[in-house]
Every structure is written in C-alpha cells, then in structure tokens.
Design a protein around this ligand. Structure first.
Ligand code: ARG
Length: 461
C-alpha cells in the first residue's frame, strides 16, 4: 500500500515523470470553489437519504465550509503531491475533521465530480461573459447614436463600394455580438444538466437522489445516461466554439481599428490611454491593444481546435486525456474576456474625424451605384444598361482625374443625352446614405432609430 488516496493495491511509489505528467493542481485549482460546492450538495444528499449518518454529513459540511473559506481567503495550501483539486480538497477536509471525511466520496467518483465542477465553472464564465458583452454592445450603440449620420466609405474587397455611416458600421458589430451572446446562452441551456451521481461510469448501487443534487446546484435536471455524463465534453466545445466565433468578430473590428488609426486612413484616433510608442521611431503611435485583441483570437480558436483533437478518438467512458480540457478553456475564456474589455475601452476612447471620413467616402466613385439607380428611376433604363452607362461616365471622370460630382452635365450627356440636372441630387455622399432607407439600410434615420432601440435595451442591464 502506498500513501496515495488510491494506493491500496500499489506496492511502490510512482515515478517522478508520471507525477509530472499527471499533476493538474497547478491549473485545476481554479475549480476549488466549484468542487466544494459540488461536495456540499453531494453530502447534503448523502445525509438526507441516510447513506451517511446525519452526524457525519453535518461534520463533513462543516469542514467543507472551512475549506471554502480557506480557498476564498487564499489561505488554502495546494499540494502537487495530491494530484488534482478533488484530492486536495478531500485531503484538507480529512485534516480538518478526521476520518468522517472518508465518507464524502461514497457513491461518487472523480469522473462525475470533475464533470460537475467544470460545468459549474463554464456556466459561471458564460454568465460573466454575457455581462461583459452587453457592456461592449452598450459602448458601440452609444457611439452609433452619435455617429448615425457620419458618412464614411463602405468597402467591399477593401475597395470603396458605397458610402455608409459610422453608426451603421458600429451597429453591425452590435448585431454580431447579439448572436454571440445567443450562442453562449444556447450552450448554457444545454450544459445545465447535472452529471453528479453518474459515479465512475455506470451509476451507483447506493440509493442516491440525483434530482436533489441537481436542484441544489442550480441545474435543470440530472443527466440521463451515466456513460455520457462522464465522457462528454461537448459543453466545453460548444462554449469554446461560441467563444471562438466571438473572438473572430472582435478580431475583425480590431483590424478595422488598426486600419482606421493609420495616417493613411485617419478615420479615428485613440488617445494616449490606448496608444503605445516605438523605442526607435519617435513619431509612432501604435494601436497595440487592437493588434493584441486581433492576435489573441488565435488562442481562443486554438483552444477549440485543440480540444476537438483531444476528444475525437476517445472511446467511452472517461480517459485521462480529458484532463486536457481545462487549461485551454481557462485561457480561452480569460483571453476573450480581456479582449472584450480592450475593445470596449477603445470604442469609448476613440475620437472620430468626421471630415476625413466624409472626404474618403467620396473617393473611388462611391456614388456610382446612386447614379445607376437614378438612370433606372428617372430614365427607366434597365439596371444592366444603367450599369453600363454609369461605367462609361466613371471612366470619363477617371480620365479627367475628377469625381463624379465634378463632371459637367454636358460631359455626362456625351454618354447618355437624356441625363438632366436632377442627377446632381444623387451624386453626393450625404444624399447617397440618406436614400438608403430600405429596412436595415444605412440611412441616418434608420441608424438613429436602431441605435436607440439597442441603447434602451442595454442601458439599464
Ligand atoms: N483531474 C482529473 C481530470 O481533470 C479528474 C478526474 C480523474 N479521474 C480519474 N479516473 N483519474 O480529468
């Protein structure tokens, strides 16, 4: 027999390298409070069902409360020799209350224990992320309201396409984040079943009450199949997948911040609070926070892919491979939370150069579609023909090195004689955005109304 909790049938100690590869306390100590919470629910049930005497159950619960306080006050000593968080908590409990501690693990295994702890942890993280994402949406919606009529170039292929407003652009991200929050909510709803009581893999011969523990831990119900309960990590995968999509959205916005703060674009500027300098080039103002929000999306996506690979070949039920579910998930969710805060900070901080954006909006013949649409409306040209006529007018302007609105009526008429002075109404960028009143379009009135809806929805949350 060795000193390990599981050492009964072992004769000699484990090799140091086994200890090194096996130990998880360095990271799973983050599950300390969830582990105690699960154990409190378990022991209450053991006492209630008479599996453990009420006396012992009370003693254990008492000891667990003390462990909890030690963890909360950072007085708990985590020992690497005890492998993981479950052994650490149980062994500290034994130090505190003596042999009664040995009854806590009745009708339970570390396999259902860790699955329960991790579900509790992920659930807490999802709830925290939801609040942080709502705050980011509020930051975006607030700026969108102010910039509802601020014209900027809209791009496709990163080429000037049609003018839009900055408010419209910011609200696009509000919509993406709304779906990110929805995906996290969906993951939460599906993960909210309690694996505790599945034991090692087959259930238990003790008359446990799984509904009681599920209820005590805020789960909707116990999981239905004991094998599935201890084998599955799709709740982590689903959460990481939602997190990876969200990180990808943030990364795209971060990329736009990087572009827009360049002297070449100059659409926005970040204050010193969100800017770093260069050690050699005195003039530099670097948007490091945006670059890192973009770069760190790689870690979130990586965590998802890594866990998919870990899981894909595992036969049922538990395998120790599954201990690899935690570090990536911890890191990914921490990283996402940090990126959300950084982006929200930059959204609140950025100064918008409306004149510069407006000037850029007119470049690249961005109102050519407006001209084509006018030819359809005023002259009843089929759109394909209007497209062609407009293309020739654009070529003419390009040859002269001027914008569409700088061409004379005569020059336009040299391409299409029926064009009249009314055309001037549609060639400016402001007119262009004002005309896009279709549902979901970029017209300032639309944007103002949409921003207000979001603002009202978010402000008191
Ligand atoms: N530390 C383990 C993990 O994170 C806990 C479960 C261990 N179970 C076992 N049968 N060794 O997966």
């Amino acid at each position: 027999m060795t000193s390990k909790i599981w050492g009964g049938r072992f004769k000699s100690a484990t090799d140091a390298v086994l200890e090194a590869i096996n130990v998880s306390i360095d990271f799973d100590k983050r599950l300390g409070l969830q582990d105690v919470r699960g154990s409190l629910a378990h022991v209450a049930m053991l006492g209630e069902t008479g599996i453990v005497s009420r006396d012992d159950a009370a003693k254990i619960a008492d000891g667990l409360e003390r462990v909890k306080a030690e963890i909360e006050n950072e007085r708990f000593h985590f020992s690497r020799a005890l492998e993981d968080i479950h052994m650490n908590v149980e062994s500290r409990l034994a130090e505190l209350i003596g042999p009664a501690a040995g009854r806590l693990h009745t009708a339970r295994s570390r396999n259902d224990q860790v699955a329960t702890d991790f579900r509790l942890y992920i659930r807490d993280q999802i709830d925290a992320l939801d609040v942080e994402l709502a705050d980011l949406q509020l930051a975006l919606a607030t700026r969108a309201r102010d910039e509802a009529a601020s014209v900027m170039p809209g791009f496709t292929h990163l080429q000037s396409a049609q003018p839009v407003t900055l408010g419209h652009h910011l609200l696009a991200y509000v919509e993406m984040i709304a779906r990110d929050r929805g995906r996290l909510r969906d993951a939460r709803a599906r993960l909210n079943e309690c694996p505790l009581g599945a034991a090692a893999l087959a259930g238990t011969s003790f008359p446990i009450d799984r509904a009681m523990t599920a209820h005590a831990l805020g789960f909707d119900r116990p999981t239905a199949n004991s094998l599935d309960s201890v084998s599955d990590r799709d709740f982590v995968l689903e959460t990481l997948s939602a997190a990876a999509i969200c990180a990808t959205h943030l990364s795209r916005f971060a990329e736009e911040i990087v572009l827009w703060t360049t002297p070449q674009f100059g659409f926005i500027a970040l204050s010193d609070k969100f800017t770093t300098g260069s050690s050699i080039m005195p003039q530099k103002r670097n948007p490091d926070a945006a670059e890192l929000a973009r770069g760190k999306s790689g870690r979130v996506i990586g965590a998802l892919v890594a866990l998919l690979v870990v899981m894909k070949g595992l036969p049922l039920a538990y395998s120790k491979d599954m201990q690899e579910d935690k570090e990536g998930a911890f890191d990914a969710l921490d990283t996402l939370s940090l990126c959300i805060a950084a982006i929200a900070g930059m959204v609140r901080d950025m100064r918008v150069d409306r004149a510069r954006m407006k000037a850029a909006a007119g470049a690249g013949y961005a109102t050519a579609t407006d001209l084509a649409d006018w030819l359809v409306r005023a002259l009843s040209l089929p759109f394909r023909e209007a497209h062609h006529v407009t293309g020739r007018i654009v070529a003419l302007a390009e040859a002269r090195g001027v914008g569409l609105e700088d061409l004379t009526l005569e020059e336009m008429r040299s391409v299409e004689p029926r064009i009249n002075a009314d055309v001037c109404d549609v060639l400016g960028v402001e007119k262009s955005v004002q005309s896009r009143r279709s549902f979901g379009g970029t017209a300032p009135d639309n944007v103002r109304a949409a921003a207000q809806v979001w603002f009202d929805r978010l402000k008191d949350k």
